[in-house]
Design a binder for this molecule. Structure first.
Ligand code: NAP
Length: 528
C-alpha cells in the first residue's frame, strides 16, 4: 500500500499545507519516506465540520450498526497484514512480536466494544413509570439513557502505535459511544497512522457510515493539536502522553468559551511495596520479576514500576542485590524517539546527581543515541519524603528503590505520594493483616491495586480501570482501557412524559432492542 503523507479528511486525501516532516527510524537514525504534511487551519476546520455533519447521522445508528462498523475496522486492520507491522517496526523500533501482539490487542478491543454495543447495558437505560394517581402530586414518566457527546478529538500516543493510536482505545470507545472523531496522529509513527486510518475509512464505506465519522490530521508541531482542542465543534478530547502535553491540552480546553472535558492519561510511577513476609518467602522471584517489568518495552509503559518501597532488613539487601544483578545484565534497548531517549537521560541524571541517591546497578551501555541503559537506584525514605522531584516519572527502564526504617515510615510514603495509575503490594496473608492501613491509603491514590503481580500488562475487559487521581489523569472518575472507557464520551439525558413514538427505541415500552434496563428500580429485559 502506498503511503501518501496527506491528511485523511472525511475519506478524502488532502494536502494544502507546505510544512513537511518525516518519521525517523530509531534503529539507525535514518529518515523514512515519504514526507508528511502538517495539517493546515483550513484542513483542521474541514475535518471538524465534516465530523459535525457526520455526527448528526452517526449518533442515530443502532448499537448493532455501530458494532458492525467496529468489527469491520478490526477486519480491515488485520487485512493490512505484515506491511503494517513492517512499517510500524521501522517507525518505532519496537520488535515484530510485540507489534503483532499489540495489533491483536487493538482488534480485540474493537471487537469487545462491538459486543458491548450489541448487549446495550452501557446505555444505563432507566425508566420510572408514571403514577397519575399519586398524592399529593401525580408522578411523571421519566426515562433516562446515555447519548453521545459530539465530535471528539483524539491524540495518538507514541508508545502504543496501534493500541493507543489511530484505532486505539480512545477511538474504539468514542466511536462506540456514537461520536465522530478527528485524530491527531503522533508524529513518531505517521505511516502506521495513515495505514490504520485507511482501514477505518474502508470500514466506514463498507458499513454505510457517514463520511466524516473519521478524519486523521498529521502534524509535528503543537499547533495542530491546539487548534483541534480549540475548535468549537469539538466536544471532548482523549489523550495519552506526557504530563506536560496533557496538562497543556487540559488548560486550553477549560479556557475555551465553551469548556470541554479532556480525558488525559499522563503518567505514573506505579509504586510497588514489598512487604516483609513476602520478602522472606520469595525475595529472588520478586527481584527477577521486578527487573523484567522495569525493562519490558524499554520501560516505555505508563504502568512501569518506577518506585519500589521496602523495609530496611537483611532480606531487603538480598532483594536489592538480586534485582541489581538482573538489571545490570539488561541490554540497552532502542527507545521510540530521540526526544524520549533525551528525556529519559535527563530524568535519570536529575536523580543520580542527588547526594543521597545511589546507583545500585547499571545495565549495558547503549551504542546509539536511541538506546537506553537500565538503572536500579536507591535512596532512603527520609530523603525521598524530603524531595518531591524524586516522585517524578522517568519514562524508561529505571526504578528507584526506597528503604524505610520502620512501618510508619513506609506508610508515610504511601500517604505522601500523588495520584498514580496503579499501586502493587507484594504480601503474604500476615502482611495483608499487618498492613491493612496501606491498602486504605493507596485506595485514595490509584485506579488499580495489585497483589503479588506487576503493573505492566493491562487487561482489556469489563472491570479494568486504567486511570487514577490527578496527576495520573485529568479525570479520576473514568478509565482509558476497558469497556467503561465509553462513558467518557457520552452523557445522560432524560425524557419526561414523552409519547412512545417520540422515545428512542432503547426506552420504548416494548424494549425492541432487548437490552437490560432499570425499570422502577429493578433490572429487567421485560417489556413494560
Ligand atoms: P507527548 O509529548 O505528550 O505528545 C503526545 C501527543 O500530544 C503528540 O501528538 C503531541 O503533538 C501532542 N502534544 C504534546 N504537547 C502538546 C501541546 N502542548 N499542545 C498540543 N499538542 C501537544 O508524548 P510523547 O511524544 O509520546 O513522549 C514524550 C514524553 O511523554 C515521554 O518522554 C514520556 O515522559 C511521556 N509519555 C507518557 C506516556 C504515558 O503512557 N503516560 C506515553 C508516552 C509518553 P506534537 O508531537 O505534534 O507536538
Amino acid at each position: 500500500m502506498t503511503i501518501t503523507g496527506e491528511q485523511i479528511i472525511a475519506s478524502q486525501f488532502s494536502k494544502t499545507g507546505s510544512k513537511a516532516f518525516t518519521a525517523i527510524n530509531p534503529n539507525d537514525g535514518s529518515t523514512l519516506l515519504p514526507e508528511f504534511w502538517e495539517a493546515t487551519t483550513e484542513e483542521i476546520n474541514k475535518a471538524a465540520q465534516k465530523a459535525e455533519e457526520a455526527f448528526m447521522v452517526y449518533r442515530k445508528k443502532s448499537g448493532k450498526e455501530k458494532a458492525t462498523f467496529l468489527e469491520k475496522i478490526a477486519d480491515e486492520i488485520v487485512a493490512l497484514g505484515d506491511e503494517l507491522i513492517q512499517r510500524c517496526m521501522v517507525e518505532t523500533g519496537l520488535p515484530e512480536g510485540r507489534l503483532s501482539g499489540e495489533r491483536g490487542r487493538t482488534v480485540n478491543q474493537l471487537r469487545l466494544f462491538a459486543t458491548l454495543l450489541k448487549e446495550g447495558s452501557w446505555l444505563d437505560a432507566r425508566i420510572d413509570t408514571a403514577d397519575p394517581d399519586r398524592k399529593p402530586a401525580p408522578k411523571p414518566d421519566i426515562r433516562q439513557m446515555h447519548i453521545a457527546l459530539g465530535p471528539v478529538g483524539i491524540f495518538g500516543a507514541s508508545n502504543f502505535p496501534m493500541a493507543f493510536s489511530v484505532a486505539g482505545g480512545d477511538t474504539a470507545s468514542a466511536l462506540a459511544a456514537g461520536c465522530s472523531i478527528v485524530v491527531k496522529g503522533h508524529p513518531a509513527h505517521p505511516g502506521t497512522s495513515e495505514m490504520v486510518g485507511n482501514a477505518i475509512v474502508k470500514a466506514a464505506k463498507a458499513t454505510g457510515m457517514p463520511e466524516g465519522v473519521f478524519s486523521l490530521l498529521q502534524g509535528a508541531s503543537v499547533e495542530v493539536g491546539m487548534a483541534l482542542v480549540n475548535h468549537p465543534l469539538i466536544k471532548a478530547i482523549g489523550f495519552t502522553g506526557s504530563f506536560r502535553g496533557g496538562k497543556a491540552l487540559y488548560d486550553t480546553a477549560v479556557r475555551r468559551k465553551e469548556p470541554i472535558p479532556v480525558y488525559a492519561e499522563m503518567g505514573s510511577i506505579n509504586p510497588l511495596f514489598v512487604l516483609p513476609g513476602a520478602l522472606k518467602e520469595k525475595s529472588d522471584a520478586i527481584a527477577q520479576g521486578l527487573a523484567a517489568s522495569v525493562n519490558l518495552g524499554v520501560g516505555q509503559f505508563c504502568t512501569n514500576p518506577g518506585l519500589v518501597v521496602a523495609l530496611d532488613a537483611d532480606e531487603t539487601d538480598n532483594f536489592i542485590r538480586t534485582a541489581g544483578n538482573h538489571i545490570g545484565a539488561a541490554t540497552a534497548g532502542v527507545m521510540l524517539t530521540g526526544g524520549i531517549k533525551k528525556a529519559y537521560d535527563t530524568g535519570v541524571k536529575k536523580f543520580i546527581e542527588q547526594d543521597k541517591v545511589m546507583i545500585v546497578a547499571t545495565g549495558k551501555q547503549g551504542e546509539t543515541d536511541y538506546q537506553a541503559t537500565s538503572y536500579l537506584l536507591k535512596t532512603t525514605a527520609d530523603n525521598f519524603l524530603a524531595n518531591p522531584e524524586l516522585t517524578e516519572e522517568v519514562f524508561g527502564p529505571s526504578t528507584l528503590l526506597v528503604s524505610a526504617q520502620h512501618k510508619d515510615e513506609l506508610l508515610e510514603i504511601a500517604r505522601n505520594i500523588e495520584g498514580h495509575l496503579t499501586a502493587t503490594l507484594y504480601a503474604n496473608e500476615d502482611d495483608l493483616k499487618e498492613y491493612a492501613k496501606l491498602i486504605d491509603l493507596l485506595e485514595r491514590k490509584v485506579g488499580r491495586l495489585i497483589i503479588n503481580g506487576f503493573p505492566t500488562g493491562v487487561e482489556v475487559g469489563y472491570a479494568m480501570i486504567h486511570g487514577g487521581p490527578y496527576p495520573a489523569t485529568t479525570d479520576s472518575k473514568t478509565t482509558s482501557v476497558g469497556t467503561a472507557a465509553i462513558n467518557r464520551f457520552s452523557r445522560p439525558i432524560c425524557y419526561q412524559d414523552f409519547p412512545q413514538s417520540s422515545l428512542p427505541p432503547e426506552l420504548q415500552n416494548d424494549n425492541p432492542l432487548d437490552i437490560w434496563r432499570l425499570v422502577n428500580g429493578s433490572f429487567t429485559k421485560d417489556k413494560i
